[in-house]
Design a binder for this molecule. Structure first.
Ligand code: KIV
Ligand code: ZN
Length: 566
């Protein structure tokens, strides 16, 4: 067993007299900023090529991102060239702002201003690390020295901005990140941000984006929320700042951190699709947005085509979206447990029969159809699945609504097949099993020709007469019988060739809505002499004929099973 290790320093909670965020609810979308092309891209084994970056950029625009960090153009020639292509190729819509990252270093800032020439809307995002640890081991500087780096960067950025705006009228906004914010003494983080705001001349009309990253996620999400609330409450000139968050996912709680931080006052979020990014990734924006959607809040991002987006993402990043990824994972809408399957089926029935305006299906937090996911794979059948699961799949695949009493029989057939196969069964396999066991079942008896006649007595009562030819194990026989309806008359007719002892128990029928011909399906339940119950199924455009086929199917199955048991 692993022992507690004393070399790790536990995070310190923020001292707050009172915290308000736990009572808050997320009611509107934040400003979203995608950092897929920068933080996401820099963390790829094979960074995106130009065509992949362009495809990713277009996809982000289509999703609805209005702020997109496109790279770190002063850091590499490739990043520089990609930004130039985006600008010169007119890839950037007028309502989209491209964001470029740069360290607070003069030569890099100058190169960044060259890189953005010709763009319409730009956010210059500059940063320096402020954390206790980085000051000690990387920069070997006191707090004042770190503030100087940020303020000098801010001064140059403001000067170059004023020159550019005077020349071209470019719309330039500022973003400052005290990198490793969550590892920085909170009052120091506030102080450095205030100095930067002053230097940039931030006002309510021209606010600075203050981006507070959990560069490395190092605490529980409530602590991040405390840090954000504390920051918002103590920052001077608060209205001249837009508070942005940029969570990473080292502890696996970036989504929770982001959601609590929004409750704590954050107004803007940076992250990536499916959480791509350094180490364990950035915040997954898809999950945060769709979580909002499931709460009735319009996320203002469109993930209707989530599978298409996933495809583009996998193509561009060469990363794989995990099967269990919320919303997008292949298994996100799959229930293996029988009780889950049963509840989901009932939920879908309830949605159809009730007039509920709400999404009320157990185990599915979102209607898969809202993100163009089919509920086809909602249920996969394995040997652990409940009896209702196979019926659900069949209904979904073919529109057959097996009566409840039939679920155990067909469920057992599917379970045996799944056990024998050693794996879960796909929808097609379940349909195939049903056809083989019922609709295409070849047994001892085959009906060749038949006719019903209705005889009306003088007293007004009617009698149905059945006449037909049946193939009885190779011998063609004529059968005739009369009764008080088609089923009764058929039972009388087959008793003439020795088929006796079967008791009619139940009958269900419904129209099959799929396909062009109007067909009816009939499910027949018979009591087998001394041997329980058995079902048969018939399909025909004439429902009486479907019933006869169903009876013969049940009898044929009973005789075949009886034969097997001997
Ligand atoms: O994670 C981080 O701190 C960053 C900054 C550059 C914002 O990516
Ligand atoms: Zn980051």
């Amino acid at each position: 067993m692993q022992k507690a290790n004393k070399q790790y320093i536990p995070f310190q909670p923020v001292k707050m007299e009172r915290r308000e965020w736990p009572d808050k609810v997320i009611t509107k979308a934040p400003v979203w900023c995608s950092v897929d092309l920068r933080d996401g891209n820099q963390a790829l084994v094979t960074p995106m090529q130009l065509d992949e970056k362009l495809l990713m950029f277009k996809t982000l625009v289509d999703i609805g991102f209005k702020e997109i960090e496109v790279g770190f153009p002063s850091a590499s020639d490739t990043e520089y060239e990609i930004l130039r292509t985006l600008i010169e190729g007119n890839y950037i819509p007028d309502d989209v702002t491209v964001q470029v990252l740069v360290q607070a270093r003069a030569e890099l800032i100058k190169k960044t201003f060259e890189a953005v020439k010709g763009a319409k809307n730009v956010i210059i995002h500059f940063y320096n690390s402020t954390s206790t640890l980085q000051r000690k081991v990387v920069f070997k500087k006191e707090m004042d020295g770190i503030i100087d780096i940020a303020v000098e960067g801010a001064r140059l950025i403001r000067q170059l901005t004023e020159e550019e705006v005077a020349k071209s009228g470019m719309n330039i906004r500022y973003e400052y990140s005290p990198e490793s914010f969550t590892g920085t003494e909170i009052d120091f983080a506030i102080r450095i941000c205030e100095e930067v705001m002053k230097e940039l001349g931030a006002t309510k009309e021209n606010p600075v984006i203050l981006n507070l990253p959990s560069t490395v996620e190092m605490s529980t999400p409530n602590t991040y929320a405390d840090q954000i609330e504390y920051f918002c409450k103590h920052l001077k000139n608060r209205e001249a700042a837009i508070i942005s968050i940029h969570p990473h996912n080292d502890r696996g709680t970036a989504v929770a951190s982001a959601e609590l931080a929004l409750m704590a006052g954050a107004e803007r979020i940076e992250g990536t699709l499916f959480g791509n990014g350094e180490r364990t990734g950035n915040l997954d924006l898809v999950t945060v947005a769709l979580n909002m959607f499931t709460q009735g809040v319009d996320p203002e991002l469109d993930f209707t085509n989530i599978l298409e987006i996933k495809k583009v993402y996998e193509q561009c990043t060469k990363m794989h979206v995990h099967e269990r990824q919320p919303y997008a994972g292949e298994l996100a809408f799959t229930a293996f447990s029988g009780s889950h399957q049963d509840a989901i089926r009932k939920g879908y029935e309830y949605m159809e029969t009730s007039e509920t305006p709400y999404w009320e299906v157990p185990y599915l937090p979102i209607n898969p159809a809202d993100i163009s996911r089919e509920y086809e794979p909602v249920i996969r059948i394995n040997s652990q699945s409940g009896k209702g699961g196979a019926a659900f799949v069949l209904e979904h695949a073919c529109g057959y609504r097996l009566p409840k009493e039939m679920h155990p029989e067909f469920g057992a057939i599917v379970k045996a097949a799944s056990d024998a196969y050693g794996d879960e069964l796909k929808e097609e396999q379940i349909v195939e099993l049903f056809n083989k066991e019922y609709l295409d079942f070849k047994g001892k008896y085959t009906l060749l020709q038949h006719r019903f006649t209705e005889l009306r007595e003088l007293d007004g009562t009617t009698e149905t007469r059945f006449e037909g030819y049946i193939n009885d194990n190779g011998a063609i026989k004529m059968i005739v019988g009369s009764g008080n309806g088609p089923i009764d008359s058929f039972f009388q007719a087959i008793s003439s060739i020795g088929v006796v002892g079967y008791e009619f128990v139940n009958y269900h029928e419904h129209a099959i809505s799929r396909g062009s011909d109007a067909l009816g399906i009939c499910y027949i339940e018979l009591k087998v002499p001394g041997n329980g119950h058995i079902f048969g199924v018939g399909i025909n455009s004439n429902i009486n004929v479907a019933a006869i086929q169903g009876i013969l199917c049940a009898i044929n199955r009973a005789e075949a099973h009886h034969g097997q048991e001997q």
